[in-house]
Design a binder for this molecule. Sequence first.
Ligand code: NDP
Length: 399
Amino acid sequence: MNRVLVIGAGGVSTVAVKKMAMNADVFKDIMLASRTKSKCDKIAADIKNLSVQTAQVDADNVDELLKLFESFQPDIVVNLALPYQDLSVMDACLAYGVSYLDTANYEPLDEAKYAYGWQWAYRERFEKAGLTAILGCGFDPGVTNIFTAYAAKHHFTEIHYLDIVDCNGGDHHKAFATNFNPEINIREITQRGKYFDNGQWIETNPLSVHRPLFYPNIGYRESYLMYHEELESLVKNFPTIKRARFWMTFGHEYLTHLRVMQNIGMTSIRPVLYNGVEIVPIQFLKAVLPDPGTLGVDYTGETSIGCRIWGLYDDQVRSYYIYNNCSHQEAYRETGAQAVSYTTGVPAMIGAKLFLQGIWQKPGVVNLEEFDPDPFMDELNIQGLPWQEVHNIDLDYRV
Ligand code: NDP
C-alpha cells in the first residue's frame, strides 16, 4: 500500500504532491495526472528525492480514468481537480476497485449547489466493494470536521453550538484575486447563506449577515455568514448540535470588486453567445483573473481557521476554541504556494497517508468526523499545521 495517483495539477495539488514526496517512506510511488500534462511536469520537476510520474487525463471521462488506473495500479486516488469531476472519478474508482479521497463535495457544472447527497448515494457501492471514499479532506471542509470530532471526543459530552471561523488576514498585493480556483470560489461566495438552527436550515441573502470577529495574531475582521458544506455532515454526525454556522472574512476591496462583477453579469454561470461562440462569463472571468497558484511570491500575513464550540461536559457548560494560523510566506518558502493552497494540500496528504498506513480505512463513503481524529491531529502538528486550543473563553473571543 504505497501507490498514490493524484488528479489535478493546481495550487492544492502542488502542495499535496510536494508534501507526499516529503513523506516518501509512505508515498513510495506517486503519479500526477491532469488535463494539462505540462502543469504536472512542472510540479514533478521541483521534486528531487523521488521520481513523480506524470500523465494527461480528462477526469470527466471514466474510460480514460480507468485506462490510467489499469496502467498505474494505484492504492488510492486523490482527486484534487474540481468538484465537477467528483462523481466521474468515484465511478472510475468503483469500476477499477480503488479507494478515493477529495477536498470538495460534488457540484453540477450548471447549478451552483453544494450538497453531499450525490456522493453519499455511493455509500453502499463503496461498502460492498470494500473501498473507502474519504470526502472533504482539506481544511474547511476537512480539518474543521476533525477539530469538531476532537472536541467531541475529548472535551464535550454534548456539543450545542458550533461556529466555524475562517479568516484570511493576508495581503497578495493585487486589486482582486481569489485564493483558490476563481470559478469555484466565486460560485461559493455568491450563493445564498444558510445556517442550522434548532433542527432547521435558515437561509439568508448572500453575505447579508456579518459582524466583526477576533482572530488570534490578526485582530478584528468583518466576518460574513455563508453556507459551507461541512455544516451538512457535522449536524448529521453530531445530532446534539442546536446551531451551526460558518463565517468567512472578506475585505472591503474584495467585496466591491465582487459586487461590480456580479452587477455586470461577469459571475454568471449561464452561457452567452459571443462572436458566434458560446462562453460562460464566470469561466472567461477565471481566464483573466490572476492564477491563485502565482499569488504566493508576494503574499504576506496569515490565515486563521478554527472552530468555536459551546456545550456540556457532564453538566458543566463549557466553551472551547481550536484553531490553526498559517503564514503565507512560510507556506511559500516550503512549497512555492500560498497558505490557502497549503492549508488544503497538507490535510489531503495526511488523509491519504493515514489511509495507506491502514489507520484510516472504513469501507463506504466517509466524512472526516467519522474517523478517529487523534492520529490526524498528531500529523497536523508534524506536517506544518500546528493547532492551538483555548478553554472556557468569552463567547466573543479575545486574546
Ligand atoms: P486549480 O484550479 O488551481 O486546479 C484544478 C486542477 O484540476 C487544474 O490543474 C485543472 O487542469 C485540473 N482539472 C480541471 N478539470 C479537469 C478535468 N476534467 N480533468 C483533469 N484535470 C482537470 O484549483 P485548486 O488547486 O485551487 O483547488 C483544487 C480543489 O480543492 C478544488 O476542488 C477546490 O474546490 C478544493 N479546495 C478545497 C478547500 C478545502 O479547504 N477543503 C480549499 C480550497 C480548495 P488545468 O490546469 O488544465 O485547468
